[in-house]
Design a binder for this molecule. Structure first.
Ligand SMILES: Cc1ncc(C[n+]2csc(CCOP(=O)(O)OP(=O)(O)O)c2C)c(N)n1
Ligand SMILES: [Mg+2]
Length: 331
């Protein structure tokens, strides 16, 4: 298929998103190994940045996102404030969810980021509900849900796809097929190579895309999302990529074959796109490229400074903003 020629600004925006996600998560990974800096498990999307940038940049503000435990990239590409995100990851009061979520259960209703569910396989079910609401309200919008190749084996994902298929709901199921589910390799939990082949059994379109090629992901997502908004029912997009770090920063990934890791490192989505942009003159020189990387690093420095300066939430706030107050809503 002929690639649509994306505008210069679009291409640089995709690249800037990936640079920011990488810089942000490099810092999260570093802080995770410093005692007392970050509470809980830190899960990054190193190597998968092209999926976050390519899909999320294809969404309109009205579209809804539901995501999973590997969510920092999706949130940053959606425009969530890096300061608030870093503060949330640190469990601080000025965090995105006032320090009550930490890294794993974030939401940003102001950007239609409905929820980050760490229950593997739960997000697709929530997405079916969100898409049902969009249809019920006659909105011209879609719901985009991210889940892993491991999650694809959960019964709940089958139920979600089946119901979305029966009701022809505007859901784009995005499977980040990153070759691992915890320490289990793809072939140990999945009897078929292409998860997208399952789409046919739910009466929906299924596509596979090179998840390390940001423009290929973006092009596929633009087309698939527009068709969901137009009423064609759900679709499944499988992005083939690789989880370059362990499951979380606690995991030294001893079980990963070094040659396989090196082969995927050579296909790093950021390195590949940097080469394209330099070759085609969108980034004029190595010095200009360094400048883009420094800009992303400066945003992250500011986010860490902001989060460090924020206090932990006081105990008396523990139950605030956890449940909706039904009495207040009636007034
Ligand atoms: C219902 C449930 N079962 C198990 C877990 C523990 N768990 C967290 S992530 C994960 C692996 C998920 O793999 P995949 O869906 O491929 O996503 P990835 O981590 O590769 O992004 C598991 C088993 C969980 N959080 N929820
Ligand atoms: Mg996986």
């Amino acid at each position: 298929m002929q690639r649509p020629a994306f505008e210069r600004d679009q291409r640089l925006a995709l690249f800037a998103d990936m640079l920011l996600i990488r810089a942000f998560e490099d810092r999260v990974a570093k802080l995770a190994h410093e005692q007392g800096r970050l509470p809980g498990m830190q899960i990054t999307c190193h190597g998968q940045e092209a999926v976050a940038a390519g899909v999320v940049r294809a969404l309109t503000p009205e579209d809804v996102i539901v995501t999973n435990h590997r969510s920092h990239g999706h949130l940053l590409a959606r425009g969530v404030d890096p300061n608030a995100l870093m503060a949330e990851i640190m469990g601080k009061r000025d965090g995105l969810n006032r320090g009550k979520s930490g890294t794993l259960h974030m939401a940003d209703p102001s950007r239609n980021v409905l929820m980050t569910s760490t229950v593997v396989g739960a997000a697709p079910l929530l997405a079916v509900g969100a898409a049902f609401a969009q249809r019920y309200r006659n909105e011209r919008a879609a719901t985009c849900v991210f889940f892993g190749d491991g999650a694809a084996a959960e019964g709940s994902v089958h139920e979600a796809m089946n119901l979305a298929g029966v009701w022809k709901l505007p859901v784009l199921f995005v499977c980040e097929s990153n070759c691992w589910a915890g320490a289990q390799a793809h072939k140990e939990h999945c009897p078929i190579g292409r998860i997208a082949d399952r789409a046919a059994s739910y009466g929906m379109t299924g596509e596979v895309v090179d998840g390390n090629d940001v423009e290929a992901v973006h092009e596929a997502a633009l087309d698939l999302l527009e068709r969901r908004r137009a009423g064609e029912g759900p679709a499944l997009l499988e992005c083939r990529t690789y989880r370059m770090h362990g499951h979380g920063e606690h995991d030294p990934q001893h079980y990963v074959d070094k040659a396989e890791l090196a082969a995927w490192a050579a296909r790093d989505p950021i390195g590949r796109y940097a080469e394209v942009l330099l070759r085609e003159g969108l980034v004029a020189s190595a010095a200009e490229m360094d400048g883009l990387r420094s800009r992303a690093a400066a945003v992250v420095d500011a986010a860490v400074a902001f989060a460090d300066a924020s206090p932990y939430p006081p105990p008396e706030e523990a139950l605030e903003h956890v449940y909706v107050n039904p009495i207040a809503r009636e007034v």
